[in-house]
Design a protein around this ligand. Structure first.
Ligand SMILES: C[S@@+](CC[C@H](N)C(=O)[O-])C[C@H]1O[C@@H](n2cnc3c(N)ncnc32)[C@H](O)[C@@H]1O
Length: 429
């Protein structure tokens, strides 16, 4: 019988390739369906996440070994080979086990025909370690081309992240390495609903509400199950804290989260607003994501969830004191969390995202009252989406002052690469 853990890993990879599925959505369901728990579930998670993240490196290796090249390998066989390569080069699986279990997956899930090919190819890959293969497949390449293969990132993303870092070569290597490590699970204690000290884990360094879990499943924690706490990267907590913490004079009782789904920041903002006697409108254009926002804020009666296109919602100009625009973006700052996203995103995505980001930010600036603040945030450090958007929008608006901006980094802050800019609407129009 095929090892159920490898079989599940193979089918997750197939779903990602054929149905555009997300690893984070499809893997937990398959593990449950096959009653895979504990250490086996952890092994399957590392196998799938690691294989998908390192696909660029493994494809270069497989392509260099296969006589017919990468393009000549049937997609299901290639997925099985990627799984075998990850076990051989990056997991502590004994080579004979990595090869035989992968060949078994090929035989049972694909058929007899490619068995000999898969067996021979994996045995060849097993003859060198990862460092040896990296030297082989990057021979003759320099700079970003070599870096892209070594760190398994598309070249355009290496270039975009380098630009976002200001071109620092030592930093880019650390950032790309951080993208390939699994992030720690961070909890948020929603103020007024839960004390951070009542949660397991160690305190964060950036958010007073954060607890970093050492292990265990967040869903086993009662406060997470009932919504008093949640799972939230510290960088996202910092965005909500930045909006709530900006000093403003005068009224401070109407807040808006313009792009709220799935609702992590809305839940934190709503809890802080509740403590201050303020209300929050949490808006999300997609109904299924708005439903997630509703679930996240169900303990807070000061939060109203709406489902308008943020560019055209029926709110009055100048009617909010604080507005968050956590804009739809490429997500290049959260690559460590979403294993497949680096292979799905293309530079052309910016052509539709950037105008949308600008329109949403402009609308937010219309909706905030003079003296109020807007925080514009992205979980991408791509300069076109961060300072590029802020610069273009504010250049055309003499009524807006940029008070501060901040870029967090996985390799420096241990968070997703969240960008945030605090903008104030002045009285000058
Ligand atoms: C980066 S996510 C927001 C994450 C959220 N703030 C949180 O912490 O969970 C951006 C969201 O904006 C939504 N969105 C996209 N276009 C929108 C629009 N025109 N108006 C409002 N929301 C929009 C997307 O569906 C997505 O849920």
């Amino acid at each position: 019988m095929t090892d159920p853990v490898r079989m599940v890993a193979f089918h997750v990879l197939r779903a990602v390739a054929e149905k555009d599925s997300y690893v984070n959505l499809v893997l937990p369901g398959m593990l449950k369906e096959h009653s895979i728990e504990g250490r086996d579930a952890a092994f399957a998670t590392e196998l799938v996440h690691g294989t998908v993240r390192r696909q660029g490196t493994y494809d270069a290796i497989i392509g260099s070994v296969a006589s017919k090249g990468l393009a000549g390998i049937d997609p299901p066989v290639l997925d099985a080979l990627r799984l075998g390569t990850h076990q051989l080069l990056s997991m502590r699986v004994p080579p004979h086990a990595a090869v035989s279990t992968t060949v078994d997956v090929v035989r049972r899930e694909i058929g007899h025909k490619p068995v000999h090919f898969a067996n021979a190819l994996l045995r060849k890959i097993g003859q060198k370690d990862l460092a040896g293969w990296l030297d082989t497949v990057t021979e003759g390449l320099e700079g970003d081309e070599a870096r892209a293969i070594r760190t398994s990132h598309p070249l355009w993303i290496v270039k975009a992240l380098t630009e976002a870092l200001g071109g620092h070569a030592t930093q880019i290597d650390k950032l790309l390495a951080a993208d390939n490590a699994s992030p720690r699970v961070t909890l948020v204690a929603r103020p007024g609903l839960c004390e951070p000290d009542d949660l397991p884990g160690t305190p964060g360094t950036l958010s007073p509400y954060a607890r970093i879990l050492e292990g265990g499943a967040p869903s086993d924690i009662p406060q997470v199950r009932d919504g008093r706490a949640g799972v939230q990267d510290e960088g996202s907590q910092v965005v909500a804290i930045t909006l709530a913490g900006a000093q403003i004079e005068g009224s401070d009782d109407r807040w808006l989260d313009l792009c709220a789904g799935p609702g992590g920041k809305a839940a934190l903002l709503g809890a802080i607003a509740y403590q201050r006697g303020a209300s929050l409108v949490a808006n999300e254009v997609l109904e299924h994501r708005a439903e997630l926002v509703r679930q996240g804020v169900h303990l807070l009666d000061n939060v109203e969830v709406t489902t308008f296109d943020g560019r055209h919602g029926p709110w009055d100009e100048g009617s909010f004191d604080r507005v968050l625009v956590d804009a739809p973006c490429t997500g290049l700052g959260a690559l460590r969390r979403r294993p497949e996203s680096r292979w799905r995103r293309v530079p052309e995505d910016l052509e539709s995202l950037v105008p949308l980001q600008m329109a949403l930010l402009n609308r937010a600036l219309d909706l905030v009252r003079p003296g109020g603040v807007v925080v514009y945030a992205t979980c991408s450090p791509h300069v076109a989406e961060t300072t590029g958007v802020v610069d273009v929008v504010t250049a055309a608006r003499p009524d807006i002052e940029v008070e501060a901006s901040r870029q967090l980094w996985p390799h420096i802050d241990g968070t997703d690469a969240m960008f945030m800019a605090t903008l104030r609407r002045t009285d000058t129009v």
